[in-house]
Design a binder for this molecule. Structure first.
Ligand code: 5GP
Length: 223
């Protein structure tokens, strides 16, 4: 039995079972709190935004329970479906400002999609109300747009920045390392999202691991 346990086939099988377990139960290790730059979102989409908003501030894309082995998992877990009736008028008003649907103008549908895809995977920790309240609190805790502005990083048609130029002021302000995500448009690498990472309980911010997002050797435009 001991020999079997150390055999490569056993280890591969055990790892596969572990992965399946994580996928099906929605187990996660930490949270990614993702904020997007609305103009980039609409600029890079293959299908144009039907109702783009002229927003010039970072807004919430989502709060994603995540794993280091696969930052896109878990998703679409078997939790309770989104219930619009659970959101108080006060919470709705807060989300309308912090978490707008910048593509199609249907905020509630966007919240529904994010809860059903991501929120359900951490429902044991944050129920639907807590999920949205905590996301709003995270958004309020640091104003990325202001942090970048204070470092003279403001939207500009031609200027470029290095990855580290953009990370540094955010790191100084928050004491934690964020992750930047970029999108490509006409051979330009555009800043698209800034990710903050939080531990399992979504209370304490932690450093993000650098995963694929922006190419390190290509300068970044912020437009
Ligand atoms: P995820 O579904 O994993 O949260 O993120 C990917 C999807 O979110 C993409 O399909 C992207 O189009 C969508 N998304 C990002 N921002 C918005 C938005 O403001 N409104 C809507 N409806 N979808 C968005």
């Amino acid at each position: 039995m001991a020999m079997l346990k150390s055999s490569p086939a056993f280890l591969v099988l055990a790892f596969a079972f572990f992965l399946c377990f994580i996928m099906s139960t929605g187990s996660y290790v930490y949270f990614q709190f993702v904020q997007q730059w609305p103009p980039t979102n609409c600029r890079v989409r293959s299908k144009p935004c039907s109702k783009p908003r002229p927003l010039q501030n970072f807004t919430i894309h989502g709060l994603w329970p995540s794993n280091y082995s696969n930052p896109r998992a878990p998703s679409n877990c078997n939790g309770s479906r989104f219930n619009d009736g659970k959101l108080s008028p006060e919470l709705r008003a807060k989300l309308k400002i912090s978490w707008p649907d910048v593509e199609n103008g249907n905020d509630t549908k966007f919240w529904e999609g994010e809860w059903n895809k991501h929120g359900t995977c951490s429902e044991g920790m944050l129920n639907q109300i807590q999920y949205f309240e905590r996301s709003y609190a995270m958004w309020m805790s640091y104003n990325i747009t202001e942090i970048l502005k204070n470092a003279s990083i403001v939207p500009h048609p031609t200027k470029t920045w290095k990855y580290s130029d953009i990370v540094a002021p955010i790191q100084t302000a928050t004491g934690r390392t964020p992750l930047l995500r970029c999108k490509w448009n006409n051979n330009n690498q555009l800043l698209h999202e800034v990710v903050f990472c939080y531990e399992y309980k979504a209370k304490k911010q932690i450093d993000c691991n650098r995963t694929a997002g922006c190419w390190n050797n290509v300068d970044i435009k912020f437009q």
